[in-house]
Design a protein around this ligand. Sequence first.
Ligand code: PEP
Ligand code: MN
Length: 342
Amino acid sequence: MLVVMNKSATTQDVADVCSAISALGYEARPMPGEQRTAIGVVGNDSRLDDSHIRGLPGVTKVIHVSAPYKQVSREWRPSRTVITLNNGVRIGGDEVVVMAGPCAVESEEKLMEVAAVVAKSGATILRGGAYKPRTSPYSFQGMGVDGLKILAKAREQYGLAVITEAIDQESADAVAEYADIIQIGARNMQNFALLKHVGGLGRPVMLKRGMSATMKEWLLAAEYILNAGNEQVILCERGIRSFDPATRNVMDITAIALAKTLTHLPIIADPAHATGRRDMVAPVARASVAVGADGVMVETHPRPNEAFSDGPQSLFPEQLQLLIAQLSQISEALGRPLAHLG
Ligand code: PEP
Ligand code: MN
């Protein structure tokens, strides 16, 4: 439930409404806005009786959020969430962002090589896993903190922002220390303890859609992070599992358009993990921007055939460059320029 105060409501009126909400056993979240203050009510799972609150001084209306997710819904916040990173790049605003980098940080030398390519190509955010959630325990598991230090070094050198995955609470603390965005992977989308934990770290979080997660489950997972006090959440569609093994997953293009109507959170498309095929990455990336994604995340490697993981879906450096030029044209046509480094 959302209690909307009128323009002339006083600080005391707002405080009185908050007290009334607390007295009912719920939590009040005042949200001052340019026009008026709204007070979010959290803690209820079902529709509340608003008769008492509706009559309090300064209250203009009470909105019942019909969706099961509350704080992530557009009813809760009609204006879009825009996240500004330390390098000035904004996610969810007018501009479209490109995140690119290897699947995993493999060595300092290789990461610096690829970071140079990423910066030169016009992308603004460098990706690279230091903690890898691998299907097999025998596959490369990532460089851990050493990988994070390498990413931080590349950020320093090229001015790129850094996104990297956390797989548990301990790695999340480390990622929050070294990176700009904490990535929660598909396999951890419903790791609720981890979601609550990253909700308290004060860093932007990109929440990937679970490979079998419904839209509702995905948005409720995001709700966990907002409810833990972190509103800087980005969604990422990375394909869902289907019956057809022709591609690694099925890119749910509709989910990108749908997310824009259901939530104020930014949404990024990951055509690499969705398709698993290098030749499908560019077409699906272009389609994602056309359908309204706030950005794309792609994998690239100086020598994809030698990559420790996800080589078959990693772009050659020159393919990355071409793709970014194409995305720039598509986003311009939609009135959204591509984000560039300051
Ligand atoms: C990744 O981005 O490297 C990754 C593991 O992706 P996902 O969680 O979508 O499988
Ligand atoms: Mn990967």
